[in-house]
Ligand binder design. Structure first.
Ligand code: MG
Ligand code: ZN
Length: 362
């Protein structure tokens, strides 16, 4: 009897070891791939203005999981894109203007960098310079968002696989005369400067620097750069069997808000929505994938009002040329989407991503 009990104890001990091994190895996390889409300056009014002027149902309307995120920064009720980008990327609040760190210089790890450390593929795509505040928050650590050349140099401290946007000059034509294009090539990147070359590349390490500074607006020459760059990047990053993290930004919804320009806002929001469509096609074929769409803040205080007072039609009016403090919408699709409902703080994206990937909290 004693011997039997002893064997039973051994057996349950082995079972225990086996279970705890399974937990620590996290062989099958619920989510392998996360795609994070940020519409800079995209509040509910910007989304509804695009919905009302579209002939087709927006991809944003296809979500079953909707929430709201608060956007205040560490020192201001109204955030800028640097503090908001840092909160979205790292889960930590910082002061307006600061990228990926606190104002004393303590660096924060972004979800992109944590994913990279775990062997996942990573990417950034933007319709601004890739060194601008939103993408920079995922990769750089700088006291000032305006230090574009320092931000460009920070790209070399990572192993990001693909980045596509504008900002060629911040790598190539610098005040310090250093040539970071050569450094990128030495790090194994293929450098491409047109969207056609992005689409036709067979490289797995790609720096797409398609414009000297910022890309133009959609109707002034940029065209389908964002959905095309997204399609190619998904193709490249999905070759990594461990999974990937990709951030895609619709940067110019914000600029349309600053300009109080409704047509510009709608055109950029529709371009952003078509990009969501490309990601949703990928989700259909890749079940362990999460797509989260949100904004860093609202811009312009856009309201849809009746100008003549008869309530028959509504037109956009703007309360400000700057940002506002209002909550921004969250749309989530695919694996783990149910975690992105309700009202939560913009630091909550990072913590949810870490949890869903099955990474240990840092
Ligand atoms: Mg931005
Ligand atoms: Zn702005």
């Amino acid at each position: 009897m004693k011997k039997y009990l002893f064997l039973l104890t051994i057996a349950s001990f082995l079972l225990f070891i086996n279970c705890s091994n399974d937990l620590s190895q996290k062989k099958d996390p619920e989510v392998r791939n996360i795609i994070f889409l940020i519409g800079d300056g995209m509040g509910v009014a910007q989304v509804y203005a695009a919905m009302s002027s579209s002939e087709y149902t927006l991809n944003m309307e296809r979500t079953k999981h909707i929430g709201f995120a608060e956007t205040f920064s560490l020192n201001k009720k109204i955030t800028d894109s640097a503090a908001a980008g840092t909160a979205l990327a790292t889960g930590k609040k910082t002061k307006n203007g600061v990228i990926g760190q606190d104002s004393l210089g303590n660096e924060f790890s972004s979800i992109l960098v944590v994913a990279e450390r775990h062997g996942l593929a990573t990417g950034l795509i933007s319709t601004s310079a890739i060194t601008h505040a939103t993408p920079a928050s995922f990769i750089a650590h700088e006291l000032s968002r305006n230090d574009y050349e320092a931000i460009a140099a920070d790209f070399l401290s990572t192993d990001i696989d693909v980045f596509i946007g504008g900002g060629y000059n911040h790598f190539a034509h610098r005040a310090d005369s250093l040539n970071y294009i050569d450094s990128l090539i030495n790090h194994g990147y293929q450098i491409v400067t047109t969207i056609e070359d992005v689409e036709s590349t067979d490289s797995n390490k790609l720096a797409g620097l398609l414009y000297d500074e910022h890309p133009p607006r959609y109707s002034e020459g940029r065209g389908d750069m964002l959905p095309k760059a997204t399609k190619k990047t998904l193709e490249i990053l999905s070759k990594n069997e461990k999974g990937f993290f990709l951030m895609i930004e619709g940067s110019q919804i914000d600029w349309a808000g600053h300009a109080n320009n409704t047509k510009y806002s709608v055109e950029e929001t529709l371009d952003f929505d078509r990009t969501i469509g490309v990601v949703l096609e990928f989700l259909n074929e890749n079940p362990n994938t999460l797509l989260v769409v949100t904004a860093d803040h609202e811009t312009g205080g856009m309201a849809l009002t009746s100008k003549s007072g008869d309530y028959l039609t509504s037109d956009a009016t703007f309360a400000t040329g700057g940002h506002t403090s209002i909550m921004v919408p969250v749309f989530a699709y695919g694996s783990g989407a149910e975690l992105f409902t309700g009202i939560f703080d913009n630091t909550g994206f990072f913590t949810r991503f870490i949890k869903l990937y099955g990474f240990d909290a840092e």
